[in-house]
Design a protein around this ligand. Sequence first.
Ligand code: FES
Length: 143
Amino acid sequence: MKLDRRKFLNMLLGIGGIGGIVSIIYPIVSFLNPPKSAEPKVNSLKAGLNSDFPENTSKILKFGRKPVILIKTGKDQYKALSASCTHLDCIVQYKQDTKQIWCACHNGLYDLNGRNVSGPPPKPLEEYDVKLIKEEIVVTKLG
Ligand code: FES
């Protein structure tokens, strides 16, 4: 009877040990192999009313997971560009005084067509199409 109790305790300790090892290894394996999550497909986005958007201002939109900067450059005139700096993905901002797009991370500058004009950004910002449908601003992914 004493031997049976020992075997039983050893079996319990073995199960606990295996459980402990699994509880350590499973999160590591899960971290190294994350589940594939589909990025939400967004091809078009309503960005508000034209009359509510002052000239020479901007706002950042969420285009799926991608930030897009929408700039009202003049009366009924807009530019929409990727807001992720092409250097290291910082979010860019619109400089009203110089009418340029600026990345504060490393002082990168883009013009209103998204062309990288100074600083470390290696390539232009991706451009989006902007249309006014009645009063609504609609931003659409190109290509
Ligand atoms: S991340 Fe924009 S300039 Fe470096």
